[in-house]
Design a protein around this ligand. Structure first.
Ligand SMILES: [Zn+2]
Length: 147
């Protein structure tokens, strides 16, 4: 979704504004700042609310953790971000919104995109009667190979 920006040498503020306007999100000061941290370098990012909150604090952006959460959920609702739940204590927000698998690096607690060509999910179990599959998350957990 960021691809249209990738070749553009631009400043974070302009990228953030463009990104918000794609989803018709009103660019308040706080939203704009948070958007800058998410997409300001034109690259995809995986980040937790806590990490983003830390960045805001270090960048002298006055914002509460609750506001960071609310803003991230707002961005998800309008389709700017996707949520990736690794476990009960770890939820990441990914700036890529197409279906794609993730690597979770157990040693560092990092989440990255798992690069693959022609990604395809085949032979899923049938959804029980009266339900449908709304989304399939693939998180591949990586540990250190000590061999
Ligand atoms: Zn991702």
């Amino acid at each position: 979704m960021l691809s249209e920006f990738e070749n553009e040498v631009s400043n974070p503020n302009i990228l953030a504004k463009k990104w918000l306007s794609k989803a018709n999100v009103k660019p308040t000061k706080q939203r704009l700042k948070i958007a800058e941290y998410l997409v300001g370098n034109g690259k995809h990012k995986h980040i937790t609310a806590e990490q983003l909150y830390e960045m805001c604090r270090e960048g002298d952006v006055k914002v509460s953790l609750a506001t960071v959460y609310n803003t991230l959920h707002c961005f998800c609702t309008v389709g700017l971000l996707s949520e990736v739940i690794v476990d009960a204590n770890r939820k990441f927000f990914c700036t890529r919104v197409d279906d794609h698998p993730h690597f979770f690096w157990e040693s560092t607690g990092e989440l990255t995109d798992a690069k693959i060509d022609n990604f395809e999910i085949k032979n899923l179990p049938q959804a029980p009667k009266g339900s449908k599959i709304s989304k399939v998350d693939i998180i591949i957990r990586l540990s250190k190979d000590t061999e």
